[in-house]
Structure formats: C-alpha cells, structure tokens
Design a binder for this molecule. Sequence first.
Ligand code: SOE
Length: 379
Amino acid sequence: MEAKKPLRIGMIGYGFMGRTHSNAYSQVNHFFDLEYKPVLKAVCARNAEKVQAFADQWGYESIETDWRKVIARDDIDAIDICTPNNLHKEIAIAAAQAGKMILCEKPLAMNTAEGEEMCEAVEKAGVANTVWYNYRRVPAVTMAKQLIERGLLGKIFHYRAQFLQDWTINADVPQGGAATWRLDAEAAGSGVTGDLLAHCIDTAIWLNGKLDSVSAMTETFVKERTHALTGLKQAVSIDDAATVMGRFSNGSLALFESTRYARGHKALYTFEINGENASIAWDLHDLHRLKFYDYRDEGPLRGWKSIHVSDGDHPYMKSWWVPGLQIGYEHTFIHQVADFLKDLETGTPTGPTFRDSLETQKVCDAILASAKDGTWKHI
Ligand code: SOE
C-alpha cells in the first residue's frame, strides 16, 4: 500500500473543541480513503502541565507553551486554532504569513473588521483554510442541502432556526477564565450571537443563500457576574439571548432565535424550511433524522416523512457502519477533516472558508448593531 502523505498538525488551545478536533484527526483515516493522514505533531497552551496531560491523552508528539513557536516550527503544515475568539486573528495572520494551512474554530473572529484582515492574510498567502462550522456535515443537514439543490422545495418562503441552551441561568456562573470565557465579551466578542446563532446563520446561508437585512433584539438577563480570574464582580457585556427577523436575497423570510436561558434545553439546534412544494425540518437532538413533507405526494398519503439518514446512499454514511446504524456529534468534525484532506488532493477550497465565514460574521455584526439602535440593518 502506498504511504500516506502526512499533514502535520499544530493545535493551539485544547478545550472542548480541542478534543473534538483531535478525535477527528485520529479517526479520519480509519473510515475515509484519503491520500493524506493527519499527524498530531504539537499541541500548545500556556499551562505546561495541563497541556502535557492533554498531549498524552490524545497522542500529540510534543507540546509548546507559546503559540508563536508552533507557527515557527518547520515540522508543522497546518495550524488548528481552538483558542478563545480574541486570539483567532493574531494567530491566523501569523500562521498565514508563515505559509501554514489553517483550520479555525468558529466564529471566524471577534467582528467583521478582524475577519476581513484574516481573509486578506490567507488569500494573500494562498494557504488552505476552513472554519469549523461542523453542523453542515451532519449527514441529515448535508442531505437537506442536496434536496434543496435538486429543487425539490421549489420557491422558498420561510427559513426559521433556533439554538437553545440553559447553562447560564444561574447568576453564580462566573464570566471569564478557561471554562467560562464564552461569557466574557473581551474574550468572545459577543454572547449567543457569535457562539450559537452563528451556527444557525452559517447553515442558513449555506442552504438558502445570502441574508440581505436583519432586525434584532438582544437581552442580557444577568447584569453582573464574578470574573473567574480576578474574583471581582463585573458588568456582563455579552448578549444572553437574541431574537432576529431577516430577509434573504431569494425573497424568503428569516426567523432566528438563540438563548442560554431556555430552561430544559441543553443544545437544541433546530431549523425548518418551507418551500412552495415541500418543507424540511431538522433537530440536533435527533440528528440522524431529516423530516420531509412533499405536497406532491398522493393525497391520502401526504404527510411528514421522518427519514433515518443512515443508509449507504446518504451523505457520508457509506464510510461508516451498516445501513440503519447511526452516527453522532463527533462525526461531523471527522467529516470536516475528511473533506479538508480530500480537497487538498485537488486544491479545492473546503467550505466554509474564511471568506464564506466572513459573511456569517457580517450578519452577526448586523444583528448586534440592530439590537443596539433598534433599526433594520442591511448586510
Ligand atoms: C456552547 O455551549 C457550545 O459549545 C458552542 O460553543 C458550540 O459551537 C456548539 O456547537 C455547542 O455549544
């Protein structure tokens, strides 16, 4: 058998996302037939003891405690950015200038201006780049894309999506620090808009095209929290919840909601698309199913189908088990790595690229701006 070409990974940051990405690199060649094989060269974080423990657990060959050293190493081809959002720009630009490929956690940046600089840097350097909007690669979501591309829905009227969580209702949850940086605007840029709604928007743009305008309201329900690092009470400046109306370029209407205050919901991402001929619905808690209603079905049999997306002719599924056996959350990251490696073989960009994700960033910025002054924003 021909030896695989190595893709030597240097991962910066190693939290929850570091685990999903590391797992993906480790698993991908077991299931997908690819020319390239990721090699876990180095993982980097400030605390040497903790990052060593992570390296031992996941099989990284070495550790670094300064991200600049990872970028400077000539035994590394690709930089994986898993840090809080406020470091994405600096690391991505330095990595691009060093000629490294980049796989960046979502959202792309703290804001559009930063994202623009990152796009310019990767495009100038000509390096492969992608952003980990993983839900595109749930097989049922990829199948929704295929059905829309086949024109089965006809003209689309409505796109509605929600991403609901409940983990910050308790006012004693701190902000800042390694575990709760998502609640600290200095590290995250925004709250649910960049963290959760961004997923809804990435999928929406992918499935239904450009969003032209939005009108939004946001709320911060808990006004003060203790900072995990300083122990001081500070005003909370992230958005805890966002409700958004919008218009797509294709004439359809958008409705989005995301919150961390929906008691009972841990990570309920859902969307529904209503077209002239058919509708599609999907739910992360039942992620292997795609709901499909076709008005053209024979009258008495017309109704919602619940398709178990687990057969060999469903997206990605022939690489997994046998028909009827489903896969889960971690596989979406494996699919993204598989696509990235496959695209390296042909020099094709792997969506969402930085440039694709800049569009999501623009919508997020427009939502926050609209919530601030109460007016519609054009994107
Ligand atoms: C937040 O809790 C979070 O982990 C997001 O950061 C992820 O992007 C989302 O997929 C699940 O929820």
